[in-house]
Design a protein around this ligand. Structure first.
Ligand code: CTP
Ligand code: CA
Length: 230
């Protein structure tokens, strides 16, 4: 880690990282959300600053102090994140979608608090799919040297099925690198450590386990290697 920071090998690169989990409001006080803590995105931002990059962190509902030297932009919903990332990606060399955007949003959001005294013991909520930000960034990329990295959190029975899910997702998104991790109860979300498998169209690397700070450096190493190939 010290060696990578000292090399300043991300110097001059403009990097955008999304982090956290988006929230889709049902009413002014309630939302549909997910368990992303933002720790992986924070680790990526910290590591990139150490290695000399200019870093913009687009954070959705993360309750961590912003890392030193990073430009922080805060968003709430997937649509907010979509707009922020589309704008920020325009002049970025590297884009990483480490955030967990909500895949669905309420078809109609109420302006006043939903009350339970409506005479029924059920509440039906209709959800509609949100925009796939990552797929859009890949589709609308104008700088062909720009490298786009996605994440995939999957629940799989074994490493083989995890890889298959990852390969399918990589093909669907069209990004250059997919950071694959197995999630489940007590795994990944909110933890300081994780295990990742780096997946590119050329194939999968061996899984790497460790602190999110260490894994962040592994991700930047691979991103730099891929960028050099372009
Ligand atoms: N992602 C995105 N926009 C969305 C949903 C996901 O940009 N609306 C990004 C995530 O930030 C991540 C990648 O796509 O980098 C994969 O997210 P994931 O939730 O694993 O995949 P989905 O395509 O949403 O598919 P599913 O949740 O059904 O597995
Ligand atoms: Ca999803």
């Amino acid at each position: 880690t010290g060696r990578r920071a000292a090399s300043r090998d991300l110097r001059g690169l403009r990097i955008v990282v999304s982090a956290g989990g988006t929230r889709e409001h049902l009413d002014p006080v309630r939302f549909v959300g997910n368990a992303s803590s933002g720790l992986m995105g924070w680790a990526l931002a910290r590591a990139a600053v150490l290695r000399g990059a200019e870093v913009r962190l687009v954070a959705a509902n993360v309750s961590l102090p912003p890392p030193a030297g990073v430009t922080l932009e805060q968003v709430t919903s997937t649509e907010d994140l979509h707009q922020a990332m589309t704008r920020a990606a325009k002049d970025a060399d590297l884009v990483v979608m480490a955030a967990a955007p909500a895949d669905f949003t309420p078809a109609d959001s109420q302006q006043t608090k939903i009350k339970k005294s409506s005479g029924t013991d059920r509440l039906r909520v209709e959800l509609v799919q949100t925009t796939d930000i990552l797929a859009g960034l890949v589709r609308d990329r104008t700088d062909q040297r720009q490298l786009i990295v996605g994440f995939a959190a999957e629940t799989a029975a074994d490493h083989g099925s995890l890889l298959q899910l990852g390969r399918d997702k990589l093909a669907r998104k069209g990004c250059d690198l997919l950071v694959l991790n197995a999630v489940g109860h007590g795994k990944v979300f909110g933890q300081q450590t994780s295990e990742i498998t780096l997946l590119t169209p050329a194939g999968a690397a061996a899984p790497v386990a460790g602190s999110k700070d260490m894994l962040a450096h592994e991700i930047w190493d691979e991103a730099l290697r891929l960028r050099a190939e372009r």
